[in-house]
Design a protein around this ligand. Structure first.
Ligand code: Z5A
Length: 226
C-alpha cells in the first residue's frame, strides 16, 4: 500500500491540515477555532474545501453533488463520481494549495483524498488501492501534514445533519453507507496514526474544540522539532 505520510520537510513550506468525518461530524463548526489558532502562528492562513476551492472546482462540486442539476440528468456512476472528485482536486491543488504552501501559508482544507478513500474507496466499493493510484497521479507525495478526523457515530452525525435544510445527492445516502464511510476512516486512522488524529466528536462543541487545539499544539511542537 502507498505510504501516504507527508514526506516534504514541513519547515521548508507552509503546513497542510485537513479535516475529515462523516456528515454532521462537526468539522465546519470547528473551523473558526482552528483558524484562530493558526493565525497566531502563521504569516498567512488559507481556508478552503473539497470538492471545490476554485471557481471551476466549485462548478465540479455542484455537478458531483447534484446541486442545481436538472432532475432528468442521470446520477454519476461511482467511477465518474471518483474522477470528478479528483478533477476538482487537481484544479484546486494547482490553483490554490500548492501555491499557498510554497508561499509558506498554512492551508486548512475541509476534506481531501482521505474523503475519497472513505466515501468512494470504502463505501462505494471501489477499493482503497484504486484511489491511491489516482492520488499518486494527481498529488504524488503531497499529503496533509495533519489530518483531524472528527469521529462521531452515524446516528449522531445524521441527527445533527438533519437539522439543516435540503440534502445534496451524497447526503441522501442511507445509514449503512455512512457506516462504511466511518469504517474507511477508522482504517485510515489505524494505517497512518502519525498523520490522522482521531477527535472524539461525540462530545460537546467546547470539549471537541479543546481536543482539536491540543492536537494542533502537538503538531506545532513536532513541526518545530523537524
Ligand atoms: N465527498 C466525497 O464523497 N469524496 C471526496 O473525495 C470528497 C467529498 C472531498 C461534501 O462535503 C460531500 O462530498 C460530502 C462528502 C463528499 N458528503 N457527505 N456526506 P461537505 O464537506 O461539503 O459536506 P459535509 O461534510 O457533509 O458537511 P457537514 O455535514 O456540514 O459536516 P460537518 O462540517 O462535519 O458538520 P457541521 O456543519 O460542523 O455540524 C453539523 C451540525 O451539527 C450543525 O448544526 C452544528 O451546529 C452541529 N454540531 C457540530 N458539532 C456539534 C457538537 N459537538 N455537538 C452538538 N452539535 C454539534
Amino acid at each position: 500500500m502507498t505510504n501516504n505520510e507527508a514526506t516534504t520537510a514541513p519547515s521548508r513550506r507552509g503546513a497542510f491540515i485537513s479535516l475529515e468525518g462523516i456528515e454532521g461530524a462537526g468539522k465546519s463548526t470547528c473551523v473558526p477555532a482552528i483558524e484562530q489558532w493558526v493565525k497566531g502562528r502563521a504569516k498567512e492562513v488559507v481556508q478552503t474545501r473539497e470538492p471545490g476551492g476554485t471557481p471551476l472546482a466549485e462548478v465540479i462540486r455542484n455537478l458531483v453533488l447534484g446541486i442545481g442539476v436538472d432532475d432528468e440528468v442521470e446520477a454519476p456512476t461511482s467511477d465518474t463520481e471518483t474522477l470528478l472528485m479528483f478533477a476538482s482536486r487537481a484544479q484546486h491543488l494547482d490553483e490554490v494549495v500548492r501555491p499557498a504552501l510554497d508561499r509558506g501559508a498554512w492551508v486548512i482544507c475541509d476534506r481531501f483524498t482521505d474523503a475519497t478513500l472513505a466515501y468512494q474507496g470504502a463505501a462505494r466499493g471501489l477499493g482503497m488501492q484504486r484511489i491511491f493510484e489516482l492520488a499518486e497521479w494527481v498529488h504524488g507525495n503531497l499529503w496533509p501534514d495533519l489530518t483531524l478526523w472528527f469521529d462521531v457515530s452515524v446516528e449522531t452525525g445524521l441527527a445533527r445533519a438533519s437539522r439543516r435544510g435540503a440534502k445534496d445527492r451524497i447526503e441522501q445516502e442511507r445509514q449503512d453507507f455512512f457506516s462504511k464511510v466511518r469504517a474507511g476512516y477508522l482504517e485510515l486512522a489505524s494505517l497512518y496514526p502519525e498523520r490522522v488524529k482521531v477527535i472524539d466528536a461525540q462530545r460537546s462543541m467546547d470539549d471537541v474544540a479543546v481536543q482539536v487545539i491540543q492536537e494542533l499544539e502537538a503538531y506545532g511542537l513536532r513541526r518545530e522539532n523537524v
